[in-house]
Ligand binder design. Structure first.
Ligand code: TXA
Ligand code: MG
Length: 318
């Protein structure tokens, strides 16, 4: 197949259908939303989500926003306290992301929420994004479609210049109307916290939320302390282990007879990234059940996605 890469799709029915097909195949599709362009992948497909991190060149796994078509789809994925329902009625579809308790059986790949018990979710208003979500019929994980550390893209050309052939297709829906990322609000029971200022002003939210407490440190969930407090395993994690410690729960990478778990028997970093959080949870559970106090992880090469994997393991072993 010698299709031009990335495919540039028009926001017509044929382009929408193609975008949905590519998502179904585990592809990466950049799509316009009213805020900024998102780099979309099937949120239930860990390998596809791993490719998102790879394409952005993110040095760490900070969690992604899940995009869905309607509030029924939200309710399948997350718990919706009354306050969240009120915000949904008032502002969705639109430039608001809610961080809500994740339903564990929702089928969302562990890598999307980076192992957190919460999920960031929104219903975008852009007609092209909505058409893709409806044609695809599932949740789409999408961070802004820029390389890590660069500014968010508001046109298809920005995406093309930034990500080039690392994305399978770009759906060209013109310039984004809002041009600013969504406002992120975490809802916990009856209280709300503002995590990121964005396209929806706080003045619009506060009649419903009351005075919003701020938790605005940029990249807040990236801060090591934050990650550790949220999901450090109880057992002590050792990196770069030769897996000779038979009294540890062992996680291999590459061929390994001894390991109880394996990130990727074939040594594939994408597969390893897709499995990382699920395996850490599983290894921690096994350690608890068997009364073992440590988890040993084989060396993971520090290249490409391996850097983000090692970053996560470092935080877990700190
Ligand atoms: O407008 C937008 O929000 C765009 C479009 C594509 O929807 N998306 C976007 O995604 O800006 P991204 O990945 O660039 O930013 C998502 C932010 C990150 O700062 C991440 O830390 C935060 O959302 N986030 C995601 N899940 C979270 C969670 N469970 N708890 C706290 N923060 C979370
Ligand atoms: Mg971003």
């Amino acid at each position: 197949m010698t299709l031009r890469h990335p495919e540039i799709l028009s926001p017509e029915p044929a382009g929408i259908t193609r975008a949905a097909d590519l998502l179904r195949q585990g592809g990466l599709v950049a799509l316009p939303t009213e805020t900024v362009y998102g780099l979309g992948a099937d949120a239930r497909n860990g390998a596809a989500v791993a490719r998102v991190y790879e394409a952005k060149g993110r040095p760490s796994f900070n969690p992604l926003i899940v995009h869905v078509a309607n509030v029924e789809a939200v309710a399948e994925i997350a718990e919706l306290p009354v306050l969240a329902k009120d915000l949904a009625v008032a502002f969705w579809p639109g430039p608001l992301t809610l961080v809500l308790p994740l339903k564990p059986d929702a089928g969302i790949a562990g890598l999307v929420s980076a192992g957190l018990p919460t999920i960031a979710i929104r219903i975008p208003a852009h007609p092209v994004a909505r058409a893709v979500l409806e044609a695809f019929g599932g949740p789409v994980a999408a961070p802004s479609a820029n390389p890590s550390g660069r500014i968010s893209p508001t046109t298809a050309a920005h995406v093309r210049n930034g990500l080039g052939t690392r994305v399978d297709a770009i759906l060209d829906g013109g310039a984004c109307a809002v041009g600013l990322e969504s406002t992120i609000v975490a809802v916990d029971g009856a209280t709300a916290r503002l995590l990121r200022e964005g396209g929806l002003p706080r003045e619009a939210l506060e009649p419903l939320t009351g005075l919003l407490s701020e938790d605005l440190t940029p990249g807040r969930v990236e801060a090591p302390g934050q990650l550790e407090s949220h999901y450090a395993p109880v057992a002590k994690v050792t990196m770069n282990s030769d897996l000779s410690d038979a009294l540890a729960v062992r996680i291999g990478f590459g061929p390994s007879e001894a390991a109880e778990f394996n990130l990727s028997p074939s040594g594939d970093l994408r597969e390893a990234a897709a499995r990382l959080f699920d395996l850490l949870h599983a290894a921690d559970a096994m350690a608890r059940e068997t009364g073992v106090d440590r988890i040993a992880v084989a060396p993971v090469p520090d290249t490409g996605l391996g850097r983000a994997i090692n970053d996560r393991l470092k935080r877990a072993s700190a």
